[in-house]
Design a protein around this ligand. Structure first.
Ligand code: HPA
Length: 270
């Protein structure tokens, strides 16, 4: 595993002149955020040794090096989902490579269904914590102490410093910004009304099919993490609308400008 990580990191280094300290994983419907990145260099996943290839509709697969405002960033346009059939090591492999490249701060974004009754479609939720309901932990198996500790704490998995900064930014700019707990599920089914209700009762505010594996590995590797969800649909026993992939994409696209504004502001802080 270590050899593969280093091989991939070496390849990426050979393709670009400098490596940023900040990476951004762009979730469903948020891939167009790369339009805000300047001086871009694209590396398609298909060209990167050991990288899985993204399969799902609406996720194109590229690493993008460039600048967001003044800050050099590395963006992942399209991620690897557990529901596509990848195992947890494959899903989180890019985060291992990011660490090997010297990335210190990881921004993650996703589309999620809202259970919190205050939420509306199109809201942006700062992820303050998560509940891992994937059937496996990406750290299961042999631990390589070069990569991180056997039993990493998840007490501050989402940087309190960046969460606070996000709310300061939102307040100062009159932006509606929610916060909450992200429940990570394997998918690919959306939830039954009873499941949305259950996730709310156990402490969740939004539910989605990604992010938790990458955030676990980023914490294991000692990175600072900031996560945001776009609420693309609502679920619960009183909700009658049926969520669709198209609706999720459209709601995520509508939130893109606000999402980018927020991420841009936070990236500038690190
Ligand atoms: N459930 C799970 N994943 C999702 C949802 C949802 O309602 N919306 C977007 N991703």
């Amino acid at each position: 595993m270590i050899e593969k990580i280093n091989q991939t990191a070496d390849y990426i280094r050979s393709r670009v002149s400098s490596i940023p300290e900040t990476a951004i994983i762009l979730g469903t419907g948020l891939g167009a955020l790369v339009d805000h990145i300047e001086d871009k260099t694209f590396i398609p996943y298909t060209e990167i040794p050991n990288f899985p290839v993204s399969t799902v509709e609406g996720h194109s697969g590229n690493l993008i090096f460039g600048r967001l405002g003044q800050v050099p960033v590395l963006a992942m346009q399209g991620r690897f989902h557990y529901y596509e059939g990848y195992d947890m090591k494959q899903v989180t492999f890019p985060v291992r490579v990011f660490k090997a490249l010297g990335i210190k701060t990881l921004f993650v974004s996703n589309a999620a269904g809202g259970m919190n009754k205050e939420f509306r479609v199109g809201d942006i939720m700062v992820i303050t914590d998560h509940i891992n309901l994937f059937p496996e932990n990406p750290l299961r198996g042999r631990n390589y102490s070069e990569l991180g500790p056997r039993f990493p704490a998840m007490t501050r998995a989402y940087s309190p410093r960046l969460c606070k900064a996000a709310f300061e930014y939102a307040d100062a700019n009159g932006m509606r910004l929610m916060s909450g707990v992200y429940v990570g599920t394997p998918g690919p089914t959306f939830e039954t009304p009873a499941e949305y209700e259950y996730f709310r009762i156990i402490g969740g505010d939004a539910v989605g099919m990604s992010t938790v594996p990458e955030v676990i590995v980023a914490n294991h590797a000692g990175m600072e993490v900031f996560g945001v969800s776009v609420i693309t649909d609502l679920g619960g026993k009183d909700v009658t609308e049926v969520p669709t992939h198209e609706e999720v994409q459209i709601a995520a696209q509508n939130a893109q400008p606000r999402m980018m504004q927020l991420i841009k502001a936070l990236v500038a802080l690190r």
